[in-house]
Write a protein that binds this ligand. Structure first.
Ligand code: C2E
Ligand code: CA
Ligand code: CA
Length: 716
């Protein structure tokens, strides 16, 4: 058979062989049953035929053989009986006659019964010859009897020898021939029957073997058709259990198994969709659709092998935007930043700037994003930052507002480029981001030195008590000017620390730690004393000037604070409204309820209150309205380059309008250029503070500045 022939016959077979297991089993077992029935019918026919044969053999053939044998015996007996008659005396002849007659009658009876019942024509001829010999014998017998009755034994003997004996001999011969023939027939029939029995045995054995082979083939095929696809199903189920959802559809030869396979595929699809949904809910941020913090910190998803660098990105002023332009605008900004960051990072990965596994861009919270990547060197990361900054240059237009985007960055990598836990990198990047924001620089790398600096600050703080006692602190004053008149309206008091060993220490460095340890109270009290002392000096010349002292959140939590302020004011004999207290917006939110109460108590003393660093905190407008403040100080990050940033101008304008709406004086911090000043003036700002007006002043410089002020006519 050629290969294509075998393939064709296979395909024919495949077409005929049903695909449903049920049909296959029915077909197989039906075939087996049909085979058994045919075998049974055939066997019963054979047995019936053999039963007929046996019956005929017993009722006809054997009977005939026996009769023929009896004929032979009677013929011999007839001869003997005749001889005895011939030799018997007359008085004894009667029984002999009876004997001879009996024999003759028997012979006649047998011959008569055989006549017409012999099947073989040759036998029939033999019988005819026998009957002829019988007729001759009768004739001779009568003649013999005549001689006997004539008392001529000699003549009787002669007739006997000449006629009776040959006739009897012929009869005997013919009957023997009949016997032989019948015996042959019987033997032949026995042999035939035996052969038939053997044939039947072979036949039954053949069918049995055929049925067994068929049953075996059926069992094998069923096993192949059921067990093999079931094993495939099992393998697929195990794969699904292991989380491999690829190619679950089976192509077996059994329709039912394929249907189960399709059901599995449907189930797998449903599981995969649900898993994706669960994963999406657990690991995706719904706003940006970016991975979230959980994703990043999760060992399986976030800890990409080989990622050794984490960039933290912080969108500046998000809360202010939320407050002033609404949360929808804030959300639009976050989405826009997410998209731009993702685009830049993808481009950097595909251009080969970043190697290793695909970087992960995650949205952590609010305006906070993280990029986890493999960085070979720091310049690469910094060039990625430049690309990100470029991507942020275009302001975002949302609901009619053009909003500028500004990012601060904290970077953390691992020494020698070894992979690190994302949690560690994240913590370090937070420290770096904090440093970057504090120093008002664009970005910072985490370093052990930052950690050391933190620790050294702790040491510094313990020196603070001594600093207060030994006059290492100085109060510098930074003047504030009215934008309408250009005149000085007051000054902000800024602390400076001349450390005997360390030299000048910036408040940005020690104030946060002094706040954490509670030592800030000492500083505030000292500064309040200095400010009030100065106010008392100024009052005769410039009674309108005020001095603002920065108050920490920790001060507001101190139950003695209000009383202390009152005592200080009274002891210096200063009009309370000349003293301002600046409270940072973010600090207020740590304990909004008690803050409100303390502020009201302070206001009740007659002291003026300002909200410092406005725009950087998280306060809601509704909350600010409850506060008894009179000044809003817009954080200097909004003022920096405000003239060149239309989006920021809108923000600042909204803030100013909001402040005016609440009846507050609005002050701009950190004004460094004339352009910035002109812009904020145009936007309606009331007061400015910054290097443009004056740097913080101390000592002689302060004296000189004070002396240069125009005297107030109605003073003194
Ligand atoms: P702040 O209250 O926002 O103070 C204004 C800061 O901006 C001062 O820094 C000032 O020197 C700086 N500054 C003023 N004009 C400009 C300008 O045109 N451009 C730039 N780039 N900066 C300008 P300073 O004195 O280093 O104080 C830093 C922060 O330390 C203050 O921020 C305030 O939060 C805190 N601080 C200062 N003195 C005290 C104090 O006596 N008590 C408390 N609790 N905190 C203080
Ligand atoms: Ca301040
Ligand atoms: Ca400020």
């Amino acid at each position: 058979m050629k290969p294509q022939d075998s393939a064709r016959s296979r395909s024919v077979w495949a077409r005929l062989w049903p695909r449903r297991l049920g049909w296959r089993l029915a077909l197989g077992f039906g075939l087996l049953l049909a085979l058994m029935l045919v075998a049974l019918a055939q066997a019963s026919l054979q047995i019936r035929a053999m039963t007929g044969l046996t019956q005929r053999f017993a009722t006809q053939d054997m009977q005939r053989l026996l009769r023929v044998q009896a004929l032979s015996l009677y013929t011999e007996g007839a001869s003997n009986a005749l001889l005895r008659l011939m030799n018997a005396p007359r008085e004894h002849r009667i029984p002999e006659y009876t004997e001879v007659d009996e024999r003759n009658r028997r012979i006649d009876g047998i011959v008569g019964s055989l006549d017409g019942h012999l099947v073989d024509p040759a036998q029939e001829q033999t019988l005819q010859r026998l009957m002829a010999a019988r007729a001759a014998y009768f004739k001779a017998f009568i003649a013999t009897v005549d001689e006997i009755e004539g008392n001529d034994p000699k003549a009787a003997m002669q007739v006997y020898v000449a006629q009776v004996a040959p006739a009897l001999k012929t009869m005997l011969m013919e009957s023997n021939a009949l016997i032989n023939r019948e015996r042959e027939r019987v033997e032949h029939q026995v042999a035939e029957a035996q052969q038939r029995f053997e044939q039947l045995a072979i036949w039954v054995a053949g069918w049995s073997v055929l049925a067994i082979v068929l049953a075996l083939v059926l069992a094998l095929r069923t096993t192949r058709n059921v067990v093999a696809p079931l094993a495939q199903l099992e393998a697929v189920a195990l794969r699904i259990a292991a989380g491999d959802y690829s190619h679950p559809v089976l192509a077996t030869s059994a329709e039912e198994v394929d249907r189960v396979g399709q059901a599995l595929a449907t189930m797998t699809g449903a599981i995969a969709t649900r898993e994706q949904e669960i994963e999406r809910l657990a690991f995706r941020d719904p706003l940006t659709h970016l991975p979230n913090r959980t994703f990043l910190l999760e060992p399986v998803t976030g800890q990409r092998a080989g990622n050794n660098c984490l960039m933290l990105l912080d969108l500046a002023r998000l809360k202010t935007i939320n407050e002033t332009l609404g949360f929808a605008t804030g959300d639009t900004l976050i989405k826009e930043v997410a998209q731009r960051v993702e685009t830049v990072v993808k481009r950097a990965a595909s251009s080969g700037l970043i190697g290793g596994p695909q970087p992960v861009v995650a949205h952590l919270a609010g305006g906070r994003f993280a990029v986890s990547l493999r960085a070979t060197d720091r310049p690469t990361v910094e060039s990625l930052r430049l690309q990100l900054d470029q991507a942020m240059a275009q302001p975002v237009l949302c609901s009619g507002h053009s909003v500028d985007l500004s990012l601060a960055y904290g970077f953390a990598d691992s020494p020698q480029g070894a992979p690190r836990l994302v949690a560690t990198l994240m913590r370090n990047a937070e420290v770096a981001l904090h440093v970057a924001k504090q120093a008002a620089v664009g970005f910072a790398w985490y370093s052990e030195a930052q950690e050391a600096a933190r620790l050294s600050h702790l040491g510094l703080v313990s020196d603070l008590r001594l600093a207060v006692a030994t006059s290492q602190l100085q109060m510098w004053l930074q003047p504030k000017f009215s934008l309408k008149t250009g005149r000085a309206v007051g000054a902000e008091a800024l602390v400076r620390w001349q450390h005997p060993q360390r030299g000048f220490v910036s408040p940005a460095e020690f104030v946060p730690f002094a706040e954490q340890t509670g030592y800030i109270g000492l500083v505030t009290t000292w500064m309040l004393g200095e400010a009030l002392r100065t106010l008392a000096l100024w009052a005769p010349v410039q009674p309108e000037l005020s001095i603002a002292v920065n108050v920490s959140t920790r001060d507001l939590q101190d139950p003695q604070f209000c009383r202390r302020v009152k005592q200080l004011i009274e002891s210096h004999g200063v009009e309370p409204q000349r003293l301002r207290l600046e409270i940072v917006e973010s600090g207020l939110m740590q304990d909004p309820q008690s803050s409100v109460a303390v502020l009201h108590a302070l206001r009740a003393l007659g002291v003026q209150l300002s909200i410092d660093d406005f725009g950087t905190g998280y306060s809601s407008l509704a909350y600010l309205q409850q506060l008894p403040v009179s000044e809003l100080k817009i954080d200097r990050s909004f003022i920096h380059r405000v003239d060149a940033l239309p989006g920021t101008q809108r923000l600042v304008k909204t803030m100013i309008e909001m402040g005016h709406g609440m009846g507050l004086t609005v002050t701009a911090e950190g004004v460094e250029t004339e352009a910035e000043r002109d812009t904020i003036t145009r936007l309606g700002c009331d007061v400015m503070q910054g290097y443009l007006g004056s740097r913080p002043l101390y000592g002689e410089a302060l004296q000189a500045w004070f002396a240069s002020l125009e005297p107030v006519e109605y003073a003194i």
